[in-house]
Write a protein that binds this ligand. Structure first.
Ligand code: PMP
Length: 422
């Protein structure tokens, strides 16, 4: 475990606030969005106060400084992912925007009515709906790799489905935002390549929590969002292999993505500008780069190990409560997330009770309706951790879920009483 996770309290002003209930905040909703350290807030503030101007277009001092910081942010991101070239890093509005861009720019060119797209049932809606939309444009078929009884996805089954279906694209999440399962990205990528499929890896829940090397993964496309890695909202990254990005037409047209424009047409700029039409998220990119520096200084392996220990603690503590079911695999097969149900209590009621104890968790389908449907449940409560979370916060979570059991189970008993004479 990180030696002094409480020291992050100082770096993250928001973590020391109290909630509406008057209890100290235990922020366990990091799979929805993380918080930002002072360093990120200050880097963005400094840009706006000291050197902000639009990028790429001016020759004046401020524009040069902003352009340099923006392109430096791209370089920082390239290094973080170990991409081969800065041309392969496209800034988008987020993971969702990045997947949509691939569906439009690559999908429309390469997927036809006889083609299959393979997904897993554990995908976030961001990695399902753009493919449904593509299917309604071009008429392709979408298939899903199912979940096994132990909440894992069997690589043998992935291999079989790839061999039988011969999909043009295999798009899958690196880490499930509900189950917490880390999937074997490199292995699945090799299996996909063996049948000629292009791979898209949704790394929104992986990039913030473990070391990623896109060259080692050898994936064709990888996407993530800045706000889940202590960066700002409104920025994400589309990594794509240069050869693929080169062949793809741009999705959005406008300023900055062109080389020339005439009254009869236009030619596109080179990579990565071709995919960054209009004024880009300049200050957000600068904030993201600072966030990357911040988490890199802690060490992605340290972050992963710290979260693993919190996950084990939460998983074991919650599993031991009568009536609580963990929706996810064994703790050694997942990281950073523990989703659960409490018998007879709706997940929203669980989250509401935890809020009265200052504990922030999310409840619902977490943008994974097909996954929840396949499990036969409509909602789960989800505790999700980051490096700034502490063991005593997990203790508070477990104690509060005990209270939920006691409080709601006894309410249920009281409610049932008047009904018994009938
Ligand atoms: N994929 C996964 C696995 C996610 O967890 C999320 C965010 N919850 C997304 C995609 C979408 O990210 P965003 O909303 O930032 O575009």
């Amino acid at each position: 475990m990180l030696p002094h996770p409480e020291r992050f309290q100082i770096d993250f002003p928001i973590l020391s606030r109290v909630t509406n209930s008057g209890a100290a905040l235990a922020f366990l909703d990091n799979a929805a969005s993380t918080q930002r350290p002072d360093a990120v807030l200050q880097a963005m503030d400094r840009c706006y106060r000291e050197y902000y101007a639009n990028v790429h277009r001016g020759i004046h001092t401020l524009s040069e400084a902003s352009t340099e910081a923006y392109e430096q942010a791209r370089e920082e991101t390239r290094r973080f992912l170990n991409a081969r070239s800065r041309c392969e890093i496209v800034f988008t509005a987020g993971a969702t925007a990045a997947i949509n861009a691939v569906a439009r720019c690559w999908g429309d060119q390469n997927i036809g009515p006889d083609d299959v797209i393979l997904l897993t049932i554990a995908e976030h809606h961001a990695n399902i709906v753009p493919w449904h939309q593509l299917a309604s444009r071009v008429g392709c078929r979408i298939e899903f790799v199912p979940l096994e009884d132990d909440f894992t996805i069997d690589t043998q089954r992935v291999s079989q489905m790839l061999a039988e279906l011969r999909p043009k694209l295999f798009a899958f999440t690196a880490t499930s935002n509900v189950l917490g399962t880390d999937f074997p990205v490199q292995q699945w990528g090799e299996l996909a390549r063996a049948v000629g499929a292009v791979t898209l890896v949704d790394a929104a829940q992986a990039v913030p929590h473990r070391k990623i090397d896109v060259q080692q993964w050898n994936s064709d496309f990888v996407v993530f969002s800045g706000h889940k890695v202590c960066g700002p909202t409104g920025i994400g990254v589309l990594y794509g292999k240069e050869t693929l990005l080169d062949e793809m037409p741009p999705f959005l047209g406008g300023g900055a993505m062109i080389d020339t424009v005439t009254t009869s047409g236009f030619t596109t700029a080179s990579l990565p500008d071709k995919f960054e039409a209009g004024t880009p998220p300049i200050v957000e990119a600068i904030g993201l780069a600072e966030a990357i520096r911040y988490v890199s200084a802690i060490g992605m392996d340290n972050i992963h190990e710290h979260e693993r220990q919190l996950t084990v603690q939460a998983d074991e503590g919650l599993r031991a409560i009568d009536g609580v079911s963990i929706v996810g695999p064994r703790p050694d097969q997942k990281s950073g997330i523990v989703s659960f149900t409490v018998e007879g209590v709706h997940a929203h009621d669980v989250a509401q009770w935890l809020d009265t104890r200052g504990i922030a968790v999310r409840a619902g389908h977490h943008c994974t309706m097909p996954l929840h449907a396949s499990l036969g449940i409509s909602a789960t409560a989800r505790a999700s951790f980051y490096f700034y979370n502490r063991a005593d916060e997990v203790d508070r979570l477990i104690a509060a879920v005990h209270e939920v059991r006691e409080k709601f189970a006894s309410r249920g008993r009281r409610r049932r009483k008047p009904a018994s004479p009938l």
